[in-house]
Design a protein around this ligand. Structure first.
Ligand SMILES: Nc1ncnc2c1ncn2[C@@H]1O[C@H](COP(=O)(O)OP(=O)(O)O)[C@@H](O)[C@H]1O
Ligand SMILES: O=C(CO)[C@@H](O)[C@H](O)COP(=O)(O)O
Length: 481
């Protein structure tokens, strides 16, 4: 037996690049054991992963946790949002999952928006204007490009649903992740029959939406994970909603997450309906809302620039007059799915370190442009930004966010806030507490606050100018993919 004060819970983050698992003492929030195993994502035109690999990675990450995982009284799975997992009648994937950062469905996003009443209709109905990331556009892409795969599909799941179902044997999801599909009406909090009919998706193929605080199921008999039969399984949720739980987030505090995706969000009491499409009007995992903006190019894009230059991540030098829009994967914020990277201001004396700093600046600029939009009008504009995700550990990321936001930046010591939020959700099942209150009791957001510095308006203005002037180039496909 472990020396924990309370029962143990397991929180999982099945994210784009890897699965991370924490075994947590529900009484104190102490992390008793942890594990991590990588995923592979296809390169080239699309971004796909085999869902069975997520299960294998979960098993491997749990194995790294040793005996602690066996003692878990409850488990919860948070994961990358939006991915389309299509399953056959045996529950096996019909094809690899189409991931959130696969932009091939950009034409379908555009077409669906126009066909069903325009951006305002979608924002009012679902909270969001569909971009290529949204599941509904991927379903429409499948219908047009792989009709046989579509016909073979007998169940449609999101990444976290897929793993939860393999644990419990029941098809379930939650409001947070459902709100990123494009077929969940945020006004009525139910699947939208008109949208589903329009894209030819039978609602019977979709999982049941479990309410916050409800048990999604229990661990079934036949599986190869170290959980005991009957272990409670919480609803789980999308990774951003899970991190919001993991931080015990209250309205008015903005979060900037630096991972494969860059995201900026806050908890809100009012249902978001942004017709410009910059802010996605997601639901959070406990009854409020999570207005959020997301970029496709964050840590991976900057790491790629560093690798091309042969530099380490921290080898930056002030970028002076150099602008790099690091849209290596196309971009979602701003909505430029066909874009590629653009460099402006190169001179004989430009250094590699300046080029790298310009990549950081370009990546952070896109996120900060949406910061005020995700906050309620009465939010305190000088409150610290919470910086999370793998990139938050990097000094160059921290300093770039600090300089371009002009705000204090708080970096929580806890590293895996998505998995921690899932663990808090699992703990809430045992104690009857609100998971965000559990996380506050665990004091998960504690960490150093970097003081505000003067905002670098010149750089922000320069990047905005290049973005605007390069607009025809950014809308054009390079045909490299
Ligand atoms: N010490 C570090 N400094 C800067 N970046 C880091 C550091 N450690 C990890 N990262 C970045 O974190 C990213 C992974 O972050 P993570 O939030 O786990 O991504 P995801 O959830 O999308 O899988 C990597 O792409 C890497 O660039
Ligand atoms: O698409 C979004 C949010 O809308 C992304 O935030 C995904 O949820 C992937 O997250 P990471 O794996 O990068 O953390």
């Amino acid at each position: 037996m472990s020396a924990a004060e309370g029962p143990l819970v397991v929180g999982v983050d099945t994210s784009t690049q890897s699965t991370k698992v924490l075994v947590v003492d529900a009484a104190t929030g102490a992390v008793v054991a942890s594990g991590q195993a990588p995923h592979t994502v296809s390169s080239g035109a699309g971004r796909e992963s085999d869902p069975r690999q997520w299960w294998d990675a979960l098993r491997e990450a749990l194995h790294q946790c040793g005996d602690a995982a066996r003692e878990a009284a409850a488990v919860s799975i948070g994961g990358q949002q939006h991915g389309l997992v299509s399953l056959d009648e045996r529950g096996e994937p019909v094809r690899p999952a189409l991931l959130w950062n696969d932009v091939r469905s950009a034409p379908q996003a555009h077409r669906l928006t126009e066909e069903l009443g325009g951006a305002k209709f979608w924002a009012e109905r679902t909270g969001s204007v569909p971009a290529a990331s949204f599941t509904v556009t991927k379903w429409a892409w499948l219908a047009e490009n792989e009709p046989e795969a579509l016909r073979a599909t007998k169940a449609v799941r999101l990444p976290h649903d897929y793993l939860t179902e393999r644990l419990t044997g029941e098809g379930t999801t939650d409001r947070g992740d459902a709100s990123g599909t494009g077929w969940w009406a945020s006004g009525t909090e139910a699947y939208d029959e008109e949208i589903l009919a329009h894209v030819g998706l039978d609602p019977a193929l979709l999982p049941r939406v479990v309410r916050p605080g409800e048990v999604a199921g229990t661990v079934r008999d036949s599986h190869d994970l170290p959980f005991a039969k009957g272990t409670l399984v919480a609803p789980g949720t999308g990774d951003n909603a899970a991190a919001a739980l993991g931080l015990g987030l209250r309205p008015g505090t903005p979060v900037l997450s630096l991972g494969t995706s860059g995201t900026v969000y806050a908890v809100a009491k009012r249902r978001p309906t942004d017709p410009t499409g910059t802010v996605a009007g997601f639901a959070d995992a406990h009854g409020d809302w999570l207005p959020l903006a997301c970029t496709l190019n964050c840590t991976l894009a900057v790491d790629r620039v560093a690798a091309l230059l042969g530099l380490g991540r921290e080898a930056v030098e002030p970028a002076a007059h150099l602008t790099l829009l690091p849209y290596l994967d196309g971009e979602r914020t701003p909505n430029l799915p066909n874009a590629s990277g653009v460099l402006h201001g190169l001179r004989h004396d430009t250094t590699a370190g300046q080029l790298l700093q310009a990549a950081y600046d370009g990546a952070v600029h896109s996120l900060l442009g949406a910061l005020d939009l995700v906050l309620d009008e009465d939010a305190d504009r000088s409150a610290p930004l919470l910086l999370i995700g793998g990139g938050a550990r990097g000094t160059a990321w921290q300093q770039t966010v600090r300089r371009l936001s002009g705000r204090p930046v708080q970096v929580p010591e806890a590293k895996e806030l998505v998995a921690l939020g899932a663990a808090a959700q699992a703990a809430g099942l045992l104690t009857g507490e609100d998971p965000a209150a559990v996380a506050r009791r665990w004091n998960t957001a504690r960490g150093p606050v970097l003081d505000a510095v003067e905002r670098d308006e010149a750089t922000l203005t320069r990047i905005a100018g290049v973005l605007s002037d390069a607009s025809p180039l950014l809308e054009r496909s390079t045909n490299a993919h």
